[in-house]
Design a binder for this molecule. Structure first.
Ligand SMILES: C[S@@+](CC[C@H](N)C(=O)[O-])C[C@H]1O[C@@H](n2cnc3c(N)ncnc32)[C@H](O)[C@@H]1O
Length: 348
């Protein structure tokens, strides 16, 4: 492993007060809400109970509240949960009922004892389980084993729609580029569809590490080259297919995985400039997108329509499909007006 990977920042000095199961979790949750730092001293389940109580104290606004109100709540919630800490000793969570998290040794080779926010320990633990057990992706017909800090799709309708588009693609299959590859699912779909070489890029080094480990695991290794950096990178070689499943809403990234979900101004302009410079004369540019931007941020200019208005590219076709209803906390399902979309563009 030679890439500098993202990891939760280790805390080496703190003044947090100890909490254990002898205190009611709701009292500890209220202290966190009010700005105090606490550290769990006995059990993993103590930390879980406190954060569950904090969730009840900091209820989110209704799902149809303005986007800005929901974002502000997310920020405030994140700040409060990060005030609960957990001790790590000898690369293990020093709580009696804690199970091992192999990433601790990998991500912190230089020190074995430190403190992390409890919520980030939970994220490391969830990621470790996904990495060990794998996440089955029907569109690939096998599991992927995503590394910590890598975006993994939780819904599949956009991947299935991309599969439908790819199935009817009749163009050449020498070289494709998968921009923002995440756990590598689209790049692997392109290999399965017969592309001789696929360049998979991501700005997140953990995603590139994840796909690199996937390539080591798969036999024979798929013909994927990796690049860690902004968008298409600086390799000038043209490609006849450029695919991008970008972040779908505008915002400021707050955590590592937010880069996968929210875009800042300029991302699409840079992407289209680079893609236009690299696309072959008859090549195709495919964006996996959604109408969520129009639903939750109607004032934000649509980045693909804005590019089409510039006249460099034309729309060849657009596919759309409803997404599966959203699961609600009470176990029901909420219908959504959200649709996933495939935008196929070519040179005008
Ligand atoms: C919505 S995820 C899609 C991941 C994967 N392609 C998929 O379909 O599941 C967006 C990905 O783009 C990456 N990304 C965001 N900004 C980027 C940039 N400027 N350059 C390269 N990758 C970027 C994120 O790290 C993330 O992995």
């Amino acid at each position: 492993m030679n890439r500098k990977l993202h990891r939760p920042e280790p805390i080496l000095h703190h003044t947090a007060k100890s909490v254990d199961r002898s205190a009611p979790p709701q009292a500890a949750a209220a202290r966190l809400r009010d700005g105090e730092m606490l550290i769990v001293a006995d059990l993993y389940t103590t930390g879980e109970a406190i954060l569950a109580r904090l969730d009840l104290l900091l209820r989110p606004p209704p799902h149809d509240a303005p986007f800005e109100a929901r974002q502000a709540h997310r920020r405030m919630h994140r700040e409060a949960i990060l005030r609960l800490l957990a001790p790590i000793e000898e690369h293990r969570l020093a709580l009696a009922d804690a199970r091992p998290i192999g990433f601790l040794k990998e991500l912190y080779p230089e020190r074995s004892s430190f403190v992390l926010p409890f919520a980030q320990v939970q994220e490391l633990f969830g990621a470790w389980n996904r990495y060990r057990e794998g996440v089955h992706l029907k569109v690939l017909g096998h599991s992927l084993y995503p590394f910590y800090g890598t975006y993994v799709p939780t819904r599949v309708s956009h991947l299935e729609l991309f599969g439908t588009w790819l199935h009817q693609y009749k163009g050449p299959r020498h070289r494709a580029i998968d921009v923002g590859t995440g756990c590598g699912v689209l790049a692997l779909m392109l290999c399965r569809a017969g592309f001789a070489r696929v360049l998979a890029t991501d700005i997140n080094p953990n995603a590139v590490e994840s796909v690199s480990r996937e390539l080591d695991r798969l036999v024979p290794p798929p013909p994927i080259d990796l690049f860690c950096g902004d968008l298409l990178g600086d390799d000038p070689e043209p490609a006849e297919l450029i695919v991008f499943n970008p972040p779908w809403i505008r915002g400021q990234a707050q955590g590592l995985l937010d880069e996968a979900l929210v875009f800042t101004d300029g991302l699409f302009e840079r992407f289209f400039d680079q893609a236009c410079a690299r696309l072959t004369a008859t090549g195709r540019l495919v964006l996996v997108f959604s109408n969520i931007l129009e639903l939750v941020q109607p004032d934000v200019p649509h980045p693909i329509l804005a590019e089409l208005e510039r006249g460099r590219l034309r729309l060849v076709q657009k596919l759309a499909r409803r997404v599966e209803p959203v699961k609600t906390p009470d176990g029901g399902h909420r219908r959504t007006r959200e649709r996933v979309e495939i935008w196929e563009l070519a040179r005008a």
